[in-house]
Design a protein around this ligand. Structure first.
Ligand code: NAD
Ligand code: IPM
Ligand code: MN
Length: 360
């Protein structure tokens, strides 16, 4: 029997609703496989916790999470607590605290999902974004000078270390090599005359070690345009923290909607736990109504299974997501359906059960 300890942080808004459905699916997998078990520990951290306790997570929160095999998170941030506090004191604190320097975000138009563009073939939207997740524009470095005065100035400094830049680019090359795909770097060396010139230089340096990997490099503005006009150009993509944040929401729209987009925050060395979460936020506009699409959280559960070494179950969960979309009967409003969040989760779990019994 293998037992995995999962730290569950539902967080705020729809994060709480969708995460339950991700767990429903993990439980279904455990039910089907007697040798596998998940042990969940819930952490009620988030904006509500902040209003009661004055902190987003316990002071020793990072220490508390250290012993888990993985972290499963819903979403963080809610009106009433400034976003820069809620995010810096919980989500970003975990990403940084556990050196989860790789953020893997698949942008893949799976069966049953609808691309908003005309005439796009399914296989043309199949990208794997590898976003730098520990520094760059999210270094948190800056200053606020002459507050309230006429000459007030704020500085927000991007920090690109050689180690930080090289490791994410190398990880992306390894991924592209393993998968036999091309690698595209997205940067902005024309305007960002320190950080992105450095990024491009390191990309060129590391690429010499991978002569078999076909590469391309685009400026981020052109890349945003090309993702719409010619998405098939992009296979594995490596980019900085902020550019990756923005382009993956764009990519989510391209691949059928933000309600489907999943992400994994990985510490490749496995020195610290990795964290799995949908890429969407807490969606205060629809929270508490059972309207949220749980498929992104369920896809994140699939990534979690992959990460723990159960790729066959990861694939099974992804197949179930496709089936839910293809049959099109139990979908939330963002997918033009009328079902609730938990009905979609129930349907995904049922499909997993029936796919598994076909196999058996
Ligand atoms: P958002 O992703 O929460 O919502 C954007 C839009 O997409 C909304 O109209 C929302 O209803 C819709 N949407 C998002 N997820 C959906 C789902 N699963 N099903 C159906 N519709 C969905 O982004 P926002 O409104 O810019 O941010 C809201 C809050 O979430 C802010 O506090 C922000 O800082 C935070 N946020 C957190 C995370 C995270 O925890 N990883 C990510 C993004 C934003
Ligand atoms: C995401 C989110 C976060 C980010 C925010 C909430 C800090 O937008 O995970 O995409 O920018 O990384
Ligand atoms: Mn984002």
């Amino acid at each position: 029997m293998s037992t995995y300890k999962i730290a569950v942080i539902p967080g705020d808004g729809i994060g709480q609703e969708v995460l339950q459905e991700g767990i429903k699916v993990l439980n279904k997998i455990a039910e089907l496989d007697n040798s596998l078990q998940f042990e969940y520990t819930y952490f009620p951290w988030g904006c509500e916790y902040y209003t009661k306790h004055g902190v987003m997570m316990d002071e020793d929160g990072i220490e508390k999470l250290q012993t888990f095999d993985a972290i499963f998170l819903g979403a963080v941030g809610y009106p009433g607590v400034p976003d820069h506090i809620s995010l810096w004191d919980l989500l970003l604190k975990i990403r940084k605290g556990f050196d989860q320097y790789i953020n893997i975000r698949p942008i893949k138009l799976i069966k049953g999902a609808t691309c908003p563009l005309k005439d796009v073939k399914r296989e043309e939207v199949d990208m794997l974004f590898i976003r730098e997740n520990s520094e760059g524009e999210y270094a948190g470095a800056g200053d606020w000078l002459f507050k309230g005065q006429e000459n007030e100035v704020v500085l927000q400094t991007g920090v690109f270390s050689r180690k930080g830049t090289e490791r994410v680019i190398r990880y992306a090359f390894e991924t592209a090599k393993r998968e036999g795909k091309s690698l595209t770097s997205i940067s902005k060396g024309n305007a960002l005359n320190y950080s992105m010139v450095f990024w491009d230089q390191i990309f060129a340096e590391v690429s010499k070690e991978y002569p078999d990997v076909k590469t391309a490099s685009y400026l981020v503005d052109a890349a945003a345009m090309l993702m719409i006009t010619d998405p098939k150009r992009f296979e594995v993509v490596v980019t900085s923290n902020l550019f990756g944040d923005i382009l993956t929401d764009l990519g989510a729209a391209l691949a059928g909607g933000i309600g489907l987009a999943a992400g994994a925050n990985i510490n490749p060395e496995r020195k610290y736990p990795s964290m799995f979460e949908p890429i969407h936020g807490s969606a205060p506009d629809i929270a508490g109504k059972g309207l949220a699409n749980p498929l992104a959280a369920i896809w994140s559960a699939s990534q979690l299974l992959d990460f723990l070494g159960y790729e066959h179950y990861g694939k099974l969960v992804l197949k179930a997501i496709e089936e839910v979309l293809v049959e099109g009967k139990v979908l939330t409003h963002d997918m033009k359906g009328k079902a609730t969040t938990s009905e979609v989760g129930d349907r995904a779990a049922e499909i997993i059960q029936s796919l598994a019994s076909i196999k058996a």
